[in-house]
Design a protein around this ligand. Sequence first.
Ligand code: FAD
Length: 236
Amino acid sequence: MKRNWEALVLRAMGGRNFRLTVLDTEPVGDRYRRLLVDGGGLLDACGVHPTMWIRLWFDNGGRPHQRAYTLVDPDPATGRFHLEFALHDGCAARWAETAAVGDTIEATVQGSAFALPEPAPRHLYLVGDAASLPAVNSLLDAAADVPATVWLEYAHDGERALTPRARDHHEVTWIPRGADGEGLVKTVRDAMPATDDAHYWVAAEAASTRDITRHLRRTLGVGRHQVTSLGYWSVR
Ligand SMILES: Cc1cc2nc3c(=O)[nH]c(=O)nc-3n(C[C@H](O)[C@H](O)[C@H](O)COP(=O)(O)OP(=O)(O)OC[C@H]3O[C@@H](n4cnc5c(N)ncnc54)[C@H](O)[C@@H]3O)c2cc1C
């Protein structure tokens, strides 16, 4: 597909391009679709880290449409990984719903960088939703021994079909999404403690993510280096 100015900027910033090939597809309940893809050398060239995401280029009526997706269970030995798409009325989600074995899609790797703090935090506080659950799961796997408190917003019961990879010392609370995401924000604001040796990771709808991050930094006084936050999607 023809690329736009975004692709040129990403290339200038060191972005690397790959072609992914769909090897398998499966529904996960009625609100997710999981694809197994061959990364076209992406894992070899770029390595992997928890929450790693890539930019996928979808065809939106002939125009390029770039959206971020998280690598799930990347396997450097085979060069394969999964992508788990939450389904809604969007170009990327529609592509995932109809993707078939043999389909290809362009990907750019630029901007993803995350490492668990060293030494490991004593506790993880994770805030996510259907879009960021793949990343939450990669964190729970990477920090499997670290106690974690996880709040997950869901808009449809089917979004709970993607199982959090929680161990006994991980506490998961599901919160239904109301009209404006206020339920998640209020629950987290009421329950989130401030501690010096914790790490806070927040990735939900953009406005909710901003509210929660502001609360952490300004109200609770949590240090900047203790907080990772990124809006994963926007209400439009
Ligand atoms: C770093 C990063 C990693 C991500 N990883 C994943 C992932 O692994 N799996 C995943 O499913 N998503 C992931 N996302 C979120 C995904 O990129 C967005 O949801 C994206 O907007 C979907 O694009 P679209 O073309 O389907 O819809 P858009 O064209 O962006 O939006 C179309 C309509 O759908 C609505 N919409 C968009 N996303 C959602 C949503 N998640 N829930 C409800 N309504 C929505 C919009 O408000 C709009 O009304 C990630 C985002 C980031 C920033």
